[in-house]
Ligand binder design. Structure first.
Ligand code: NCD
Length: 326
């Protein structure tokens, strides 16, 4: 029996998860539905399943990461995979060369799934073309971070019951944010209305073409929104001066109760983390248990990554292809 006989209609008909771009509404809904089940599993005493038993997952991180890497590690382990973490410092190496070399070396170890984070946009897709397994993007430059957008969507869907028709404001450093890009794509596919709110210096040119409404003022942009998504000021990606000072940035673009007044009374506050408290978000707002779902996002992250790993593994061949790994 071939693997295509085994999977006549795959749940998620893609070999890799490189971005939200190219996914359909049905693809996204399938992943979120699968993730809902994993949220329940993760709340049990016994969190361990075996759908990835015998599979090898490599987490290859060229950029520092705390929550995303640990979330992918837990996700793989809870599905029964063998998980190996590799952190590669990219400072002293010629990036292009090392990326391909590393990919070929790892490929010879017969992984089934490789999770990659890299500082360059497009690097994860390039790597996916050099390996025989499935690749998941854990963030590439300022391009995409698909599992973050999926976990944000799961958080919203569970709290609000739907994504369609929701008005979501994404605020802050849109220019450097792969989280913003993936979220804009996903929310548009799912029929939400997306606004971006940022100073002009932190907005990419032509952002309107992604199907968003653009605001440069928080009190205008936050009016009647259902969701407020704050972004970190990504100082490490800024070459030059994008904001006059952190204090001034907080005054105009930092989320506090005053600016929040114009949003819907039950608007949810989100942040992908790590947070710069007092820079893009006031500490009291971030910790407000009635409004902020920031910790819930972390919980949803593990479930969404389990769903993505599971869905991709279902499409992997069950037998070793002839001549593979000689
Ligand atoms: C985000 C990232 O790395 O793109 N964080 C994350 O995945 N938890 C956002 C950020 O770094 O600000």
């Amino acid at each position: 029996m071939t693997s295509s006989d085994a999977n006549p209609t795959p749940l998620f008909p893609h070999r890799h998860l490189i971005g939200i771009e190219g996914l359909s509404q049905a693809d996204i809904t399938s992943l979120l539905d699968l993730a809902d089940g994993y949220v329940d599993q993760n709340r049990q005493i016994n969190k361990k399943g075996d759908v990835l038993r015998g599979r090898t997952q490599i987490n290859l991180f060229f950029e520092a990461s705390t929550r995303t890497q640990s979330s992918f590690e837990l996700a793989g382990k809870r599905l029964g995979a063998d998980v190996m973490n590799m952190s590669v410092s990219s400072s002293s190496i010629k990036k292009g060369e090392t990326l391909i070399d590393t990919a070929t070396t790892l490929n010879a170890m017969h992984p089934d799934l490789i999770v990659v984070r890299h500082g360059d946009s497009g690097a994860v897709e390039l790597l996916s073309q050099k390996v025989g397994c499935s690749v998941l993007n854990a963030g590439d430059g300022s391009h995409e971070h698909p599992t973050q957008a999926l976990l944000d969507a799961l958080t919203i869907r569970r709290r609000k019951g739907r994504l369609e028709g929701m008005t979501v404001a994404i605020c802050g450093d849109i220019l450097h944010s792969r989280v913003a890009r993936s979220n804009i794509l996903l929310l548009n596919i799912m029929g939400a209305r997306v606004r971006v709110i940022a100073p002009k210096t932190l907005l990419p040119i032509g952002i309107e073409r992604l199907g968003v409404e653009v605001f440069n003022d928080m009190t205008e942009g936050l009016k009647d929104v259902d969701i407020v998504m704050m972004l970190r000021l990504q100082l490490e990606r800024m070459h030059g001066s994008f904001v006059p000072s952190v204090r001034e940035y907080f005054r105009y673009f930092g989320l506090d109760y005053e600016k929040l007044k114009v949003a819907k009374p039950d608007a949810l506050i989100m942040h992908p983390g790590p947070m710069n408290r007092g820079v893009e978000i006031d500490s009291a707002v971030a910790d407000d248990i009635n409004r902020s779902v920031i910790r819930e996002q972390v919980e949803m992250g593990v479930a969404v990554r389990m769903a993505a790993l599971d869905a991709l593994a279902r499409n992997l061949p069950n037998e070793q292809p002839a001549g593979y790994g000689a």
